[in-house]
Ligand binder design. Structure first.
Ligand code: SF4
Ligand code: SF4
Length: 149
């Protein structure tokens, strides 16, 4: 059976709430700004974050963020807030105006694996010896190359 198309926000009728058509994407993670990495030790710290899984690092307008994927404990099965009347201020302040309802979010940079952040570190850090974490060579299968048309 064909998947039902997601309602577009511009198609909402007066009085309708966009969140009624959402799976509460904004309640399933939190993110906070982190220092921009400048040296190898900084990148090694970010690599440690990413080793934990269910986290990502993204960059927007020059600011680096750590994003932790974790459902709020008060998110209910129907995707509604279980403590709506007493929800934290940050939840109250959040609006649908620029929220992530659509699946088209784009970051300036996004790192989802330790290998990605380290590959980036190798590209931007000045060359010096002893910069690799592993003596094992990277296999061809681990290297993603752009497809040329
Ligand atoms: S604010 Fe946006 S992302 Fe959050 S539940 Fe509503 S529609 Fe979904
Ligand atoms: S408190 Fe309610 S609105 Fe806030 S993140 Fe949790 S479920 Fe979402």
């Amino acid at each position: 059976m064909a998947k039902k198309a997601k309602k577009r926000r511009e198609d909402l009728k007066p009085g309708e709430v966009l969140c009624s058509y959402c799976t509460a994407k904004c309640c399933r993670y939190f993110a906070f700004p982190i220092d921009k990495p400048k040296k190898q030790a900084d990148f090694d710290h970010l690599r440690w974050y990413l080793l934990h899984g269910r986290v990502a690092i993204f960059v927007e307008d020059g600011t680096w963020f750590l994003m932790v994927y974790s459902d709020c404990k008060h998110l209910q099965d129907d995707h509604r807030c279980g403590i709506y009347e007493t929800r934290p201020q940050i939840c109250r302040d959040y609006t649908t105006d620029n929220c992530e309802y659509e699946d088209d979010g784009i970051y300036d940079m996004l790192f989802e694996t330790p290998e990605q952040i380290w590959e980036y570190a190798q590209a931007v850090l000045p060359m010096k010896s002893g910069r690799t974490f592993s003596s094992e060579p990277v296999s061809a299968r681990e290297v993603a190359l752009p497809l040329l048309g």
